[in-house]
Ligand binder design. Structure first.
Ligand code: ADP
Length: 162
């Protein structure tokens, strides 16, 4: 049976940290599907359409990865619908660990057939979050090293248009 994993997230924006998790995850599974949340409580920078397009461009060299809109439904329901039996998530810190453990337990309760797999962020990326990058950008700080080139370019364009 094909091992299909879903990597759900806000990706607002996709960072080098996410991309590293995607590249590493793609080696572990037959197929890795990136699920982009359409709705999020977090402050939105990119629309869902922009995020999907940016991620598709950034992962185009990885053959077993594809990107979908994550509908407003439980993640385990999305996973089932897409034939994924694994949820992939990244952990950067103890704070992430506690948050992710709660979500994992809840997902397990909702669907015990779906297993969550975690990849620890490499130290090079474990201080990066999309929210932190958005905050730095707001005050014109340099975020270039932390973003895929296409994401950086569109962020600059959007910032300059404001
Ligand atoms: P969510 O709103 O679901 O937390 P995010 O886009 O913030 O969405 O994160 C999606 C996943 O990617 C989460 O599992 C998160 O821990 C992981 N992640 C976020 N930033 C990094 C990073 N710098 N390195 C590795 N994993 C990360």
């Amino acid at each position: 049976m094909k091992k299909i994993a879903l990597f759900p997230g806000s990706f607002d924006p996709l960072t080098m940290g996410h991309l590293d998790t995607i590249r590493r995850g793609a080696k572990l599974f037959d197929e890795l599907i990136i699920g982009v949340f359409v709705n999020s409580n977090k402050k939105i920078f990119f629309t869902a359409e922009e995020k999907v397009q940016l991620i598709e461009e950034a992962v185009k060299d990885i053959p077993n990865v594809r990107v979908v809109f994550q509908e407003t439904e439980l993640t385990v329901v999305t996973a089932k619908r897409l034939g994924a039996s694994i949820l992939l998530r990244g952990i950067r810190s103890m704070k992430d660990y506690e948050y992710e453990r709660d979500i994992m337990e809840m997902n397990y309760h909702l669907d015990p057939e779906i297993e969550t797999v975690f990849l620890l962020a490499r130290s090079k990326y474990n201080h990066i979050s999309s929210s932190l990058l958005k905050e730095v950008l707001l005050f014109d700080g340099d975020v270039k090293p932390y973003l895929p080139e296409n994401v950086y370019q569109l962020m600059m364009k959007k910032r300059d248009a404001k």
